[in-house]
Design a binder for this molecule. Structure first.
Ligand code: CO
Length: 147
């Protein structure tokens, strides 16, 4: 495994829209494993591929309910309730602020083998999922701060 460089908010790449993943080969697994090492070293909760300069729709999240989750080509199927909570981002060091997010989110996504999965996430796990999916569309949490 290797640690990857996390790009910051001043890098224009972070605003790009990521592409659908259609290659579930060992190259993808290596990327996911390297992202995991990078996330652990950075002491973060989630990391989207775009944050390591790879423009594909995937992210990893350390959830409270399920442990490490790899979400590839995620689609939000259901959102319920709202919560306002403080967020940060490894691409925006030194910044935190309150954002409104769903309290429950059900995602359809693929795992690293391309198998379709459906899971429901609650609380901070749901917040994390929405934050990472935003990254896939070039959106940062600082765009959504509540004044
Ligand atoms: Co982030």
């Amino acid at each position: 495994m290797a640690r990857l460089t996390i790009i910051k908010q001043d890098n224009p790449l972070i605003r790009k829209t990521s592409k659908i993943v259609d290659d579930f080969s060992p190259r993808l697994h290596e990327l996911l494993d390297n992202m995991y090492e990078t996330l652990l070293h950075a002491n973060g909760m989630g990391l989207a591929a775009i944050q390591v300069g790879v423009l594909y729709r995937l992210a990893i999240i350390l959830t409270e309910e399920y442990g490490l989750i790899e979400i590839i080509n995620p689609i939000i199927k259901t959102v319920k309730n709202q919560r306002i909570d403080s967020e940060g981002c490894l691409s925006c060091p030194g910044i935190s602020g309150r954002v409104r997010r769903p309290h429950l989110v059900t995602l359809e996504y693929q795992d690293r083998h391309g198998q379709k999965q459906i899971k429901t996430f609650h609380g901070m796990d749901a917040v994390c999922c929405c934050h990472e999916i935003d990254h896939m569309d070039g959106i940062l949490f600082i765009d959504k701060l509540i004044k």
